[in-house]
Design a protein around this ligand. Sequence first.
Ligand code: PLP
Length: 421
Amino acid sequence: MSLVERDLKVIWHPYTQMQTAQAPVPIVRGEGACLFDESGKKYIDAVSSWWVNIHGHAHPYIAQKVAEQLQKLEHVIFAGFTHEGAVELAERLLKLLPGNQQKVFYSDNGSTANEVAIKMCLQYWHNSGEARTKILAFKNAYHGDTFGAMAVSGRSAFTAAFDSLLFEVEFIDLPTEENIQSLKSQISSLKSELACFIFEPLVQGAGGMIMYEAKYLNELMKHCREENVLMIDDEVFTGFGRTGKNFACDHLTEQPDIMCFSKGLTGGTMALGVTTCSTQIYDAFLSDDRLKTLFHGHSFTANPVACAAALASMDLFIEPSTRQNIERIEQMHTLFLQKIKNHSKIKTVRQTGTILAMEWETGNDTSYFSSLRDTLYNYFLRAGIILRPLGNIVYILPPYCITNDELAYIYSHVERALDEI
Ligand SMILES: *Cc1c(COP(=O)(O)O)cnc(C)c1O
């Protein structure tokens, strides 16, 4: 039996309608920005394998550091015990973040990083004896697939089966010059009930690579600060260079109370989540009263192998060549954007840092499930490019090590698709 046949017998894939989905592609190895299937066919990973990979696949330096860690310590319970990797990673990560971020709480992925953040905020008010339980979020947001993270995400086809069980959230529009004043008054009118405001900074990823200006987010954050509403900056997607700076918050002057990381954290090697917070948050849990403890943890909290991968990824991330690569991709994207922005089949095209998103004309079928999406996905796959459109939004966000030739190959096939489909 082939790998694909065996897969179809036993595997249930994520975000996949198993009855109608085409067979999965059996990948056997990766190198740089590319993946290779059983038959040796090469695919350029233009979506960084669901946005996690930043330094390329099977990076030898990360592999070496992970292998060394595995021979020393694979795991240890993180309540009552600690280890070098977790401490060093926390020290080094905090140095890269806004000055008010002082403590690190580990978990396993982006959704759990957000769950922890939400629980920190809710319990912050609980511990302080104030009844604030409402959460503010953006319409169309995506913060993950577990229940709390799903609740603060926009309601959609993905959440429909669970909507009646999701806690109530105040959803507001993305800030613009036109609506910023009315958003501020909305926040002011709710402030005594609001536990926190959670947001994806600058780019709403899963919502369709929707981009908005740092300036207005900054203004909104300033207002939240004045109104004493805690802020959760979900950098699970935007962290580690995606937006052109180290973190999206580096485009802002206001500082969030809490930040969440995952995807790029280990370079896309291991599952790891991080929630960081200010001393103000942390101190609200310090007490002789045991009930004020943050009762949250996962079996694999701060797994040493994942921490080793994150430390190795950070070594690579802070190398000047990585910064140069990010700038190179930004420039290449901008040139391509200029070239295709007036194409008759392109509705809009937008860019933030290494993220380029193109909205295709579809006539009237614009849903995530549009047939254009499948047509495009297969078109690019045949050409050896992994692009996974969100409905009619085709986006390119490659590992930073992608070569100019590989980028040019992707662009030329986007142009071809524009002419042929
Ligand atoms: C992907 C994503 C998450 C969820 O992360 P998982 O690791 O998939 O659970 C949360 N927030 C944002 C902004 C994301 O893009």
